[in-house]
Design a protein around this ligand. Structure first.
Ligand code: BGC
Length: 788
């Protein structure tokens, strides 16, 4: 059996591919210019003729109205707005509303827009549908750990169907910010640290939501966020500045946004941060030069919540009018909850400060998306019965969640063997920890319309399996006592001695203890939740150590939205599982993995630090002139060995690295081979590729079926600009029966082998590439090839 992998592909069904190809073919001849159009619908001539006809009828105020968005529902940012949305919509003074949920609620405003406003222009309804709408899937960082673009497209599909039923035609997803700093709370919304994987997953989110055809009644327009480089906020502090070279911006941070645009993303959201001193929400370089001129994006850009008005805090203008003009002229087409486009743009157009064509262009881009969505023909949402999860929703949520759970460690215990999967010997299980029975935490941050009442906790799931043989003790709170204060002031958590003692007693009565520990999904992960300490919060470490001291075998199940600092557990707890916040069916999915009904296959997409001081920590480091080497168990205080790029008090390496994840079986790798020892530089430059194939045989050397994520890493050993010590350039999920082998091939071409030079040009140069293939970023099976 042979598998040929090309991650730059569509992940939806063959039927979808045929439809989208037909569509692209049909519309290509209408395209307005010779520039490539990433979204053929938005570039289509017939659609643009309608847009132009409408624009001609619009007053300046009506055009500006299209560029204005308000939250007419709950607030997802600082807000004090007391506007009458009925009135604004009737006047054509709002082009979009966000956080309006439910068909009736949306229809209320849509009726006003299409029946009472002068030109009957329908509204866009935006919402943060991030990892499901009603059916809650695992948080995005967990979904990414599946390394499964097809699975993600399926999640986006279900979310789109439910969002449309809720009146939402525009989702503020996917979040494609590269996140390499575990202190940043929004790492939970990301796909992790790697641009190659991030790009593949960004593509599948867009395809799943938009289906290559925005006019389908169950497609939603995406808003790819947060453009750009928001994940690189200095020191991991949310909303902070980012500062990086153009090479790093283009090579590491921009690829996932570009992939999403190439996949046809209808809209992007500009970010809160500044980039090299220029706020991303008023940044002509990213918003116009790169996005419009280089990537040929035809959709529109919405600001993040209040980001236009926050330009005043960024101090790039003396007043609201100036900063609004800067944002609009840079390429932010819609002002989300800033109320500055609404109040300052018209006067500036009238005074000649802003050319009217700038407003026309913003309105044009927004109207294109409305036409493409078919809102002029079908503005309303059919009212459907209240949501209750179906068996199909639950089955999908459970299967998806099981694919996101990472087995970090499963060392044999003396006299028992590997603790996982739990076997017959585990008759009585003690389930301990503050997250063992918290339905809200199963859902994760940004849970859209997910409801805790539909979530299955680990306690519920284990009770279903074990009945009276399950003992339960929370042990302590996520923080305990005056929770938030304890965290904020870095105080020791209050005394939990009595409840820890109860947990210890439960463990003593059991054959095995399962500890469900981690963060509060709600207020320790997601937006505005940066942390300086990454260990288990509150008294959870104390609880873990007390239970481990009983001598009973301990399995640690982590529920976190970021890599946790778990050095003690890494050394002393034999079995560790990272379950993230696994969604509505999370309890069942974790139980499926613990009991071996599902053989885990997920792999980390973020590096777990040994100590928070290593952050930002990622595998694709640039080389240093003094690489760390030799025995690093202690730092030499003096002598030639002292002068290495390393910490004096900690190893450089991750506790659990990128790509890491175990299985209940073992996979063995053959020697990787290359189809050619040398690739011609000219052929690569001509971009005809793929130019070369790396192949490897992977075998299931264990006794149960399993799925391995086969990973290909490259190192460019000699370039005009230094290149990372390793970079992911291919991956494949391969399912193998015991004893079965598969031959996996990774095609490589210009996309995989090019990099940005000092002139910010994407180039290939003569060099030798080292190649590794394996089951994590530590892969050792090696080969090489040359580019000449
Ligand atoms: C967040 C965005 C979100 C927006 C709308 C902002 O605070 O940064 O990710 O889409 O609010 O809710």
């Amino acid at each position: 059996m042979s598998i040929r992998i090309k991650p730059v592909q569509s992940y939806l069904s063959a039927a979808f591919q045929i439809v989208s190809l037909a569509l692209a073919g049909a519309t290509a001849c209408w395209a307005q210019s010779s520039a490539p159009a990433p979204n053929a619908q938005l570039a289509a001539k017939a659609l643009n003729q309608k847009v132009e006809a409408l624009l001609k009828q619009m007053t300046l105020e009506e055009k500006i109205g299209q560029t204005v968005q308000y939250s007419a529902g709950f607030a997802t940012g600082p807000s004090g707005s007391k506007l009458s949305y009925d009135e604004l919509v009737a006047r054509g003074a709002a082009g979009s509303l966000l956080n309006v949920i439910g068909a009736e609620h949306a229809n209320h405003y849509q009726h006003i827009a299409v029946e009472k406003s002068r030109l009957h222009i329908p509204l866009l309804f935006g919402d943060d549908v991030i990892h499901g709408d009603r059916t809650t899937f695992p948080v995005p960082l967990g979904l990414a750990a599946s390394w499964d673009p097809t699975l993600i497209a399926g999640v986006a599909r279900t979310a789109a169907v439910e969002a449309r039923a809720d009146g939402v035609n525009w989702v503020f997803s996917p979040m494609v910010d590269i996140a390499r700093d575990a202190r940043w709370g929004r790492i939970v919304e990301s796909a992790g640290e790697d641009p190659y994987l991030g790009s593949a997953l960004a593509r599948s989110w867009v395809e799943g939501y938009q289906q290559g055809d925005l006019s389908k009644p169950d497609s939603v327009a995406v808003s790819v966020k947060h453009f750009a480089a928001y994940g690189a906020a200095i020191a991991g502090r949310d909303y902070n500045a980012t500062d990086m070279s153009d090479i790093t911006l283009r090579q590491v941070y921009l690829p996932p946004y570009h992939a999403a645009v190439d996949a046809g993303a209808a809209t992007l959201m500009s970010s809160f941060n500044s980039i090299n001193g220029v706020p991303a929400t008023a940044n002509p370089y990213t918003l116009t030069q790169i996005l419009r001129k280089e990537w040929h994006f035809d959709g529109f850009v919405v600001s993040d919540w209040g980001a236009v008005s926050e330009l005043l805090n960024h101090s790039i203008g003396p007043d609201g009018a100036t900063v609004a003009r800067k944002a609009l002229e840079a390429g932010v087409d819609m002002d989300m909850e800033g109320n500055l486009y609404a109040t300052t743009i018209a006067a500036q157009v009238r005074s000649g400060e802003i050319p009217e064509k700038v407003v026309d262009e913003a309105a044009r881009r927004i109207l294109r998306v409305k036409f493409a969505l078919g809102l002029f023909e079908h503005p309303f949402t059919p009212v459907t019965p209240a949501y209750a999860p179906t068996a199909a929703n639950r089955a999908q949520a459970r299967a998806v969640a099981a694919e996101t759970i990472v087995l970090l460690k499963n060392d044999p215990v003396e006299g028992v063997g590997a603790l996982l999967p739990l076997g017959k010997a585990a008759k009585t299980v003690a389930l301990i920890g503050p997250l063992a029975d918290s339905a809200q935490d199963m859902l994760g941050s940004w849970d859209a319309q997910g409801e805790p009442k539909f979530a299955v906790t680990l306690r519920q799931a284990l009770t279903e399996r074990l009945g009276g043989h399950l003992l339960y003790a929370p042990g302590c709170g996520v923080l305990s006592g005056e929770d938030e204060k304890t965290l904020l002031e870095g105080k020791p958590a209050p005394d939990d001695a009595a409840s820890i003692a109860e947990a210890v007693e439960a463990a003593k009565k059991a054959d095995v203890a399962v500890l469900a520990l981690g963060e509060s999904a709600d207020w320790m992960t997601g937006e505005a939740t940066s942390r300086t300490r990454l260990g288990l919060p509150g008294n959870q470490e104390q609880l873990l150590e007390a239970v481990a001291a009983t001598g009973k075998p301990v399995i640690l199940v982590l529920l976190t939205g970021r890599p946790a600092e778990i050095k003690w557990a890494g050394a002393h707890i034999p079995a560790i599982v990272e379950a993230w916040f696994p969604g509505m069916e999370g309890g069942h999915a974790v139980a499926d993995v613990l009991f071996g009904d599902v053989n885990p296959s997920a792999k980390l997409t973020v590096s777990f630090p040994r100590a928070v001081g290593q952050e930002p920590l990622y595998y694709a480091q640039l080389p240093t002139g003094r690489p760390a080497h030799g025995d690093l168990s202690h730092a030499p205080a003096s002598g030639p060995e002292k002068y290495q790029s390393r910490y004096i008090d900690e190893d450089n390496s991750a506790l659990f690295p990128f790509g890491w994840g175990l299985s209940y079986t073992r996979f063995s790798y053959g020697q990787p081979t290359v189809s050619k020892a040398e690739v011609g530089l000219r052929d690569l430059e001509a971009g005809r590729g793929p130019d070369l194939t790396v192949a490897v045989d992977v075998r299931n050397a264990g006794s149960v079926a399993g799925t391995e994520v086969v990973q290909l890493y490259l190192r460019n050993t000699s370039a005009s600009v230094e290149q990372p010590v390793r970079e992911l350039k291919g991956f494949a999920r391969v399912t193998l029966q015991p004893g079965e082998s598969k031959h996996v091939e990774f095609p490589l071409g210009f996309d995989e082998l090019s990099f940005y030079n000092v002139e910010s040009k994407q180039v290939v140069e003569p060099t030798t590439y080292k190649v590794w293939v394996g089951g994590s970023s530590l892969a050792t099976a090696e080969t090489s090839f040359k580019v000449e």
